[in-house]
Design a protein around this ligand. Sequence first.
Ligand SMILES: Cc1cc2nc3c(=O)[nH]c(=O)nc-3n(C[C@H](O)[C@H](O)[C@H](O)COP(=O)(O)OP(=O)(O)OC[C@H]3O[C@@H](n4cnc5c(N)ncnc54)[C@H](O)[C@@H]3O)c2cc1C
Length: 304
Amino acid sequence: MEKHIDVAIIGGGPGGLNAALVLGRARKSVVVIDERRPRNQVTRQSHGFLSRDGISPSELRRIAMEQMKSYPAVQFVEDTAVTITGTDGDFQITTAQARTFWSKKLLFAVGMKDIPLDIDGLTDVYGISAFICPYCDGWELRDQSLVLIVHGEKAFHLAKSLAGWTNQYTICTNGPDEWTNEQREEIKQHNILTFESVIQRIESNEGVAHSVLLEDGTVIPCTGIFFAPKLATGSDLPQALGCQTTDAGIVIVDEFGKTNVPGIYSAGDVASELHLVVIAASLGAVAGVSINGELLSEVWNSKI
Ligand SMILES: Cc1cc2nc3c(=O)[nH]c(=O)nc-3n(C[C@H](O)[C@H](O)[C@H](O)COP(=O)(O)OP(=O)(O)OC[C@H]3O[C@@H](n4cnc5c(N)ncnc54)[C@H](O)[C@@H]3O)c2cc1C
């Protein structure tokens, strides 16, 4: 019996699962290794996915797993991939629970990790009234009084984006910012209040933020928060295998999800600057189609 599975997918969020669906339907053998720490695990509702607007991430996964039962060549393993060796056609994956899998192709759909900001009270509100992406949760906080916790260049990006959802927001930089005089002038022209004192804590009631307290004694009332988290690649494995990444830790892929390393693909948040479920899933589908095409070509060409 062939010991190699066609494709090992590391990560079973929307990116990995959509790739598994495409590959399972294409009659490829697949293992999805997923430690189940998806990026949106804190959130109750996921928005913006056609026909699934407002669904909880766990329900989205439940439906996906239910439908995947039609494709028996796709197996799911709840575990962490810890080491991967080998090259195109012969990868060996070892997991934290000492399982070993051999695969012909690899797909990294390991997502991105948010590095939590060290602010007292933020975890109480994160996913309930504090969010990171206006496209995901801006509608729910439209026309509300918001505090944006963000500094530097990112402050302009977030402030400009949120202007489409509300015009009542204040920027807290959580410590002195290094804006240039021109940048400060730009903020002034938009009548945005800014506070540069360190945040002491976020006050909330059952997850609903109602004020941000600063160390200088200022109290900023609010009904919601947007902040800019620091991001890191969901796993070190792509880099360990030689996959090129951007400075932000995004794995560089071509339009088919191919990395610079033969036989290795990447999809989902980790392969895109745009982080939405529908985009992660579609990139998973693209990678699934590309990997299947490569496998079919290899078989076809071997007979010539
Ligand atoms: C608070 C919040 C709210 C959001 N709300 C929305 C929303 O409303 N709408 C929307 O479209 N998007 C939303 N997003 C973005 C959305 O969560 C991501 O775009 C989406 O989860 C990306 O899917 P993914 O498959 O790339 O990664 P993930 O869903 O993060 O899945 C990656 C998986 O890989 C696993 N993994 C990583 N390394 C390994 C390893 N070595 N071995 C095994 N498994 C591994 C992880 O544990 C995880 O389960 C939100 C994000 C956050 C943080």
